[in-house]
Design a protein around this ligand. Sequence first.
Ligand code: FBP
Length: 254
Amino acid sequence: MRRRREGALGKIVRDGKVLILAYDQGMEHGPVDFNLKNVAPEYVCEIAAKGGFTGFAVQKGIARHYKENYSGKVPLVLKLNGRTNIVPKDAAYSPQVCSVKEAVALGADAIGYTIYVGSPREAEMFCEFGRIEEEAHDYGLPCIVWSYPRGMHVPNEKDPAMVAYAARVALELGADIVKINYPGSVDAMKWVVASAGRCKVISAGGSKQQDEEFLQKVRDIMAGGACGLAVGRNVWQNEKPLEMARKISGIVFG
Ligand code: FBP
């Protein structure tokens, strides 16, 4: 039975802001991102549950096996596609590995889908996402697009003009929220946000930085008009993840 089309962002937005804990790096990068603590999903689920996040982004295997560790404590953002770091990026493609129906069965509050804008295989991802977006919206689920310029035609993935292009593509494909890589400055962020129109913009955290350096980046992201972050490594790789989450939260919601 399908839910009515709501067009609302539901639980993943609080006071107009979004703060998602991303934990799909095990597939995207491999266990190289982990240590003996954060390789255990129970550890990161607890951070998701206690860190004041508006969403927890994972693949379906983590969602199913660890449901008791996060369910009812933090909204679930289910990633519907994924790839490994082993395959060359020239023709970057992230295949769909989970259906919208399964996301609903797992209790998802939103779905996530990665598009590599500019890749020779972008057309396949556009088509896949087009079908997902229609179905997810029929179920009343908001759609978050991880929109990353990538592939042989993209010499610099972080080029601010390319990041703005990727944000615009997500708006035009019907995403409710677009997740981009931080384009490097407050002004560049403002252009990304303007390009995304009514599609809300959140930024990835990126690889682990020193605490103060990262918190300044969070301030810049928000000063650029973003509505929040989907952050992973800078929280669960931190020695004091809940303290870090509290500081990020203070900037995003403050
Ligand atoms: P981080 O905050 O750890 O950078 O996570 C954000 C994220 O988008 C993850 O959801 C995803 O696994 C990863 O970055 C993708 O990174 P890459 O750009 O290396 O493919």
